[in-house]
Write a protein that binds this ligand. Structure first.
Ligand SMILES: [Zn+2]
Length: 344
């Protein structure tokens, strides 16, 4: 039996809660990354072995941790103060998952203003965005603006979300939660998980896809290295195009495509909102038109981890030789088997 440390158990519990909150999929994934230490901030990057300055580049605080960025840095503090939400007392040494837990508890507190508590995920998200635009776009908004934006975005999304739920259209799927663990597709269906591994300033992008049937057996998988692209979304769309073209060449006409990039799923379902990526989206649409039935779905990072590991083997381990193979890669055999049997 695997022994899971108590702290990991608590973090996993918070992750489960995050997965169920009513908010935009991109924000749910963001909170997930907050809890997984997977944000591009000094503390996380150092944990991944990168030699970066540990301090906060905005306020000069000694350690840029996730808690610092979302709750203690100047902008974050002002935002939470403006909302008057009951936060933990100053000086309490809460870990990030306890802080997120606290926010999730606030979201359930009926006595608080409803619009405000529903907007909590958007507040965290807007604080993060404000931090990034200060750092990378040299643009600083006022905390009042950040609060107002969060409330507005939340309201708009929640209104639409309710509409989508009411009309039970197929768009429900793309607004939906996605799945926590990999699950087999329905009988007769094929499921393709894809991933692009994009690192800023890297000389290559890694791409991978893995196609499985309703028994969980791998039909094909492929890996390739590509020239660098401007950002992660461009990389994901490029890998998506490569994957679909390969599937078409293999005469697979119907398939569910699962990606863990919410931006890519958004771009494919609402191309009008992504004018910069128009030519990439058109190329993808052209391939889909020839195939019979392709649907796009947002996967949780966990459910997509096999595709991710294959793609990362390109960027991380420098495996640049491309290939397409029947069945799955031998080095992932155990994990493929685990997912096939639903073992977690
Ligand atoms: Zn700071």
């Amino acid at each position: 039996m695997e022994i899971v440390p108590a702290n990991t158990q608590a973090i996993n519990k918070t992750k489960e809660r995050v997965w169920k909150i009513t908010t935009a999929p991109k924000i749910r994934l963001f909170l997930w990354r907050v809890l997984s230490g997977a944000l591009a901030i000094a503390d996380c990057l150092r944990n991944h072995g990168l030699n970066v300055n540990p301090g906060c580049q905005i306020c000069g605080s000694v350690n840029e941790t996730v808690s610092h960025v979302l709750f203690d840095c100047d902008m974050a503090q002002s935002v939470w103060l403006i909302t008057s939400l009951p936060m933990w007392p100053q000086g309490s040494m809460l870990s990030i998952h306890e802080q997120v837990d606290h926010l999730l508890n606030l979201m359930e507190k009926q006595e608080l203003n409803r619009e405000l508590r529903e907007a909590i995920p958007w507040l965290v998200w807007e604080i993060w965005k404000a931090r990034n635009s200060t750092l990378y776009a040299a643009k600083t908004n006022s905390p009042h603006f950040v609060v107002a934006t969060a409330l507005e975005e939340a309201k708009e999304w929640l209104q639409q979300h309710v509409l989508v739920q009411q009309d039970h259209s197929h768009s429900l799927q793309r607004q939906g939660i996605g799945e926590r663990f990999w699950t087999k597709p329905a009988t007769g269906k094929l499921k393709c998980n894809i991933h692009s591994s994009w690192l800023k300033d890297s000389a290559h992008i890694g791409g991978a896809w893995i196609l499985r049937n309703h028994l969980g057996d791998v039909i094909f998988h492929a890996r390739d290295a590509f020239l660098p692209m401007v950002n992660r979304l461009a990389a994901e769309l490029h890998v998506m195009f490569w994957c679909l073209r390969s599937l078409k060449e293999l005469q697979i006409v119907s398939c569910e495509v699962w990606s863990d990039s919410s931006a890519a799923i958004d771009a494919l379902t609402r191309p009008e909102d992504f004018p910069k990526y128009r030519s990439q989206i058109i190329k993808i649409q052209q391939v889909i038109r020839v195939m019979r039935e392709v649907s796009f779905h947002l996967s949780s990072p966990k459910a997509n981890s096999l595709a991710k590991d294959i793609a990362c083997s390109v960027t991380r381990e420098g495996r640049f030789n491309s290939y397409l193979a029947r069945g799955g890669p031998a080095w992932l055999h155990t994990r493929i088997e685990d997912e096939r049997r639903g073992r977690r």
